[in-house]
Write a new protein. Structure first.
Lengths: 192, 333
């Protein structure tokens, strides 16, 4: 563990909430996104991250960490997410299928840390889209507007909206691929 | 069999499927397209993953971190001593006293005073979006903070232990060189050690950058081997994912440092707004001898390192007198 992380862990052991808050706010988004990849629901993702932070806080005394502290937390979030899915599968009797996106090993430390990088690059890739395409993408993906509503508001045909979305997705995929970004390791499909 | 679809139609149907705008017939067409080749299936999955990512990004963009932290904080057990350790101005810890019983309170109060003396000298300074600040350090060095930046340092033994943590954001440093007490800036896993100098450090979410304006710095990161010496007009970047330090020509990197001087440019601004900006930037109190001065207009570039030199320019161009008093500065006719 690096020096600043040792200090941080020491502060957590002492019960320094300010230090914990800074750490939380620095990493919450990436952790949330990580959990979301598995559980696909934002409330559940927050709950999972919170559970990890509560456990960490309560058990800080007894924790010994050899790897990076951040990776440790990320790993915990992945494990908690998988546990949640297992439990949910038992509860609801759903079937899921795990699909690996890349040949890399899911447990490797780099992979989980890539999450933050990915989101930042994704945001930058969105910025690189042609203006009208970007506008349609944002309305559709960020504001969750229906294709028809976007067409009405921008006074374009629904076909054009579809074209913008298709182009936007394909373009972002190309930009990210050129940056060496690989998609998330595991995607879980639900089939009824 | 439905009619086969081509690549572009397939992509469109994939998105229609995400948006719930796909018909049963199209659903079958898409299913058939996916089963034609493993490449098609791979493209489908990549689009699926990308859609999940974009959705996550959309949610995170609108996320309220403070509210999320509040929800978590309620579930965190208090471990008492801390209450005393927090740097006073930044955060509050309401209502914690109530839970401490009287005997415990006595013991903790003693401990608390001890820790307070030890730790209250930790200074945390932050800037909001669009905000800038300049701070003088106890050793005579100073730094300019860009917007959305947090730095943390220990005021008490700063002169003997010159260490500052750039928690996030960007800051320009001008360091009083002192060989026996090296000045160190810690940014994530990277450490920047001054070898007599002024430089800018950026701690973003994927890398730490250092641009040297004068002198030189030693740049190191635990996992990146020996420290590297960075010279003026060079930019060094430590990347969190590949854990390597790379050095390049700062002029070619496009790294924008204009903010360091830009924030104090006034164009026909009222003296009251100028003073407000100076107050915020240098963290001093400047007052005017009478209200009629407030509306006087000033056009000037006040990108100065000390508040004194900035006030000198104002006083000269507006024929005002500057007096230093207990509270700060007073400008009068």
């Amino acid at each position: 563990m690096i020096e600043s992380e040792k200090e941080l862990l020491e502060q957590i052991r002492l019960g320094n909430k300010t230090a914990y808050e800074l750490f939380y706010k620095d990493h919450y988004k990436a952790l949330h996104a990580l959990a979301y990849n598995y559980v696909k629901r934002h409330e559940i993702a927050e709950e999972i991250v919170h559970d990890v932070f509560i456990t960490l806080w309560n058990k800080a005394e007894g924790i010994s960490i050899n790897q990076s502290f951040k990776s440790y937390v990320m790993r915990s979030v992945v494990n908690a997410s998988l546990n949640f899915l297992k439990k949910e599968k038992v509860d609801a009797g759903r079937h899921e299928k795990y699909t690996e996106w890349t040949n890399r090993v899911p447990e490797s430390e780099d992979n989980v840390e890539d999450k933050e990088v990915l989101l930042i690059k994704l945001e930058k890739a969105l910025e690189l889209l042609p203006p009208q395409c970007k506008k349609v993408m944002l309305m559709s993906r960020f504001d969750k507007m229906k294709q028809q509503d976007i067409a009405d508001q921008l006074n374009i045909s629904i076909k054009t909206v579809k074209n913008h979305l298709t182009f936007g997705f394909a373009k972002i995929r190309t930009i990210l691929a050129a940056e060496g970004i690989q998609f998330i390791l595991i995607v879980i499909f639900y089939f009824q | 069999m439905e009619k086969p679809i081509d690549y572009n139609e397939a992509l469109m149907l994939i998105i229609d499927e995400f948006d719930g705008a796909i018909s049963d017939v199209q659903q079958i067409q898409l299913q058939q397209w996916r089963s034609v080749s493993t490449d098609n299936e791979r493209i489908y999955k990549e689009f699926y993953a990308l859609n999940v990512e974009i959705e996550a990004l959309a949610h995170l963009k609108q996320l309220d971190l403070d509210a999320s932290w509040k929800r978590l904080e309620e579930d965190l057990a208090d471990r008492n001593i801390v209450t005393f350790r927090e740097a006073p101005p930044v955060q509050k810890s309401p209502g914690k006293w109530k839970q401490i019983l009287s005997i415990a309170a006595t013991i903790l109060a003693v401990l608390g005073v001890y820790y307070y003396l030890q730790a209250s000298s930790v200074e945390i300074v932050q800037t909001a979006k669009g905000g800038h600040k300049r701070i003088s350090l106890p050793d005579g060095s100073w730094l300019a903070m860009n917007e959305e930046t947090i730095v943390e340092f220990n005021k008490k033994d700063f002169a003997s232990n010159r260490k500052l943590r750039l928690v996030k954001g960007e800051a320009f440093f001008e360091i009083k060189h002192d060989v026996s007490h090296p000045f160190k800036v810690q940014a994530a896993e990277a450490t920047i050690e001054d070898l007599g100098t002024s430089f800018t450090v950026t701690n973003s979410e994927d890398e730490v950058n250092v641009v040297v304006s004068s002198g030189k710095v030693a740049f190191s990161a635990a996992s990146a081997g020996n420290p590297q010496v960075i010279l003026p007009q060079q930019i060094a970047s430590y990347n969190f994912s590949n854990k390597k330090i790379q050095v390049a020509d700062a002029a070619l990197s496009g790294h924008d440092l204009s903010w360091i001087n830009q924030q104090l440019f006034f164009n026909n601004a009222s003296l009251s707004s100028v003073i407000k900006a100076l107050d915020e930037c240098y963290d001093v109190k400047i007052s005017l001898s009478d209200k009629s001065l407030e509306s006087r207009k000033l056009t000037a570039n006040l990108a100065f390192r000390t508040v004194d030199s900035a006030l000198e320019v104002i006083s000269a161009s507006m024929q005002l007198k500057v007096r230093k008093n207990d509270e700060g500065y007073l400008l009068s006719r």
